[in-house]
Design a protein around this ligand. Structure first.
Ligand code: NAD
Length: 345
């Protein structure tokens, strides 16, 4: 059965990489009809709104979206559109896998970890105030028992569905005692319900050191919003960089899939952006939609295409444009390269 999916090209390199998605999904014969909607700076320029009502309606109806990156001004201007969408649809679980790709040489081999980041609370709650007279800025990091319990449960559910063996809670409970204890207590309550999956915990600063020395030791990592944001860029760097790192924002009633990277204004419009990360987010989306076979075919074809350096984009040391890379993937899809099975979403 065909399914409608909201496609948000976004800002910067977003439109270039979403054209690649459209062309490749058509070649894959994925049973998807795209409903294109704007958001962010592009929507502001075209429709005078950052998050148009038509986008909200489309996501409410389709309940699945694939989103390009959206520019957020630094230190001024409007609140992040990404955060607003995550909060509006209560997309509390941000899932970011980092898996070594044979074709991409990096410092480490055999990295296969997944960061499950709480997506709606913590320092990103939007509770900020500035008292100009006193020169004081307050940023409230609000964490709830419910929020901790559901993100820890999401991590254990992910581990169970994907045959993973260990969930590591990452926190700063030595200093932020209440917030850390709330996450740890959720772990203690939920872990016994998942026999066969071990749980441990690591302090965030130590976790950064562990990940840049022994990343292959880690399996599923669950943490609060800010720590998860930082760790997932770090983990992207372990397996080839932002150009290949996929992500999913999942809630009870909707899901939005998006690359970890931003709108890359430094290369926007040059036709050299790497569409791998948004395509791999599309792979996660296909698994979520129950299209495991298509997901595996697409992922294997991307990885196969990446083996030829000449066919890769500049961020991976190649010379190919976004369009040329897309054409190579389509050709490899059509010539049906051998597809090795991989675990599901
Ligand atoms: P960025 O991820 O846009 O870029 C960091 C570096 O990685 C740049 O050198 C860029 O050229 C490169 N890069 C990123 N994606 C690439 C790709 N697909 N192919 C090739 N190279 C790629 O991070 P930034 O510069 O810190 O942020 C730019 C804007 O994006 C900011 O406004 C930020 O708020 C926004 N942002 C949005 C999202 C999102 O929409 N989910 C995520 C992160 C940042």
């Amino acid at each position: 059965m065909r399914k409608k999916v909201t496609l948000i090209p976004g800002d910067g390199i977003g439109p270039e990489i979403t054209v690649a998605v459209r062309d490749i999904f058509a070649a894959l014969q994925a049973p998807i009809d795209w409903e294109e909607e704007n958001a962010g700076v592009t929507a502001w320029q075209k429709q005078g709104e950052l998050i148009p009502e038509s986008l909200i309606k489309s996501l409410e109806k389709n309940r699945i979206g694939l989103k390009g990156p959206i520019t957020t001004p630094v230190g001024e201007g409007f609140r992040s559109v990404n955060i607003q969408l995550r909060q509006h649809f209560d997309l509390y679980a941000n899932i970011r896998p980092s898996k070594s790709i044979d074709a991409i040489p990096t410092r480490f081999k055999n990295v296969d970890l997944v960061i499950i980041r709480e997506n709606t609370e913590g320092l990103y709650s939007g509770l900020e105030s500035f008292d100009e007279r006193l020169g004081i800025v307050d940023t409230i990091s609000r964490i709830t028992i419910k929020g901790c319990e559901r993100i820890v449960r999401a991590a254990f559910e992910y581990a169970k569905m994907n045959g993973r063996k260990r969930v590591t809670l990452v926190h700063k409970a030595n200093i932020l005692k209440q917030a850390g204890a709330t996450l740890l207590n959720a772990g203690k309550a939920i872990a016994p319900q998942y026999p066969g999956i071990a749980m441990d915990d690591v302090i965030i600063d130590n976790m950064c050191m562990q990940l840049v020395t022994k990343p292959e030791k880690y399996d599923v990592i669950v943490t609060t919003n800010l720590f998860g944001d930082i760790l997932s860029d770090l983990a992207a760097g372990l397996v080839g960089g932002l150009g290949v790192a996929a992500g999913a924002n999942i809630g009870e009633n909707a899901a939005i899939f998006e690359a970890v990277h931003g709108s890359a204004p430094d290369i926007a419009g040059k036709g050299i952006a790497n569409p791998t990360a948004i395509l791999k987010s599309g792979v996660l989306m296909l698994h979520y939609m129950g299209e495991g076979e298509l997901a595996r075919k697409l992922e294997d074809t991307i990885d196969f295409t990446l083996r030829n350096k000449e066919h890769c984009t500049a961020d991976l040391g190649g010379k190919a444009s976004t369009r040329a890379f897309t054409a190579h993937i389509i050709r490899n899809l059509e010539t049906e390269v051998i597809h090795a099975g991989q675990p599901g979403f």
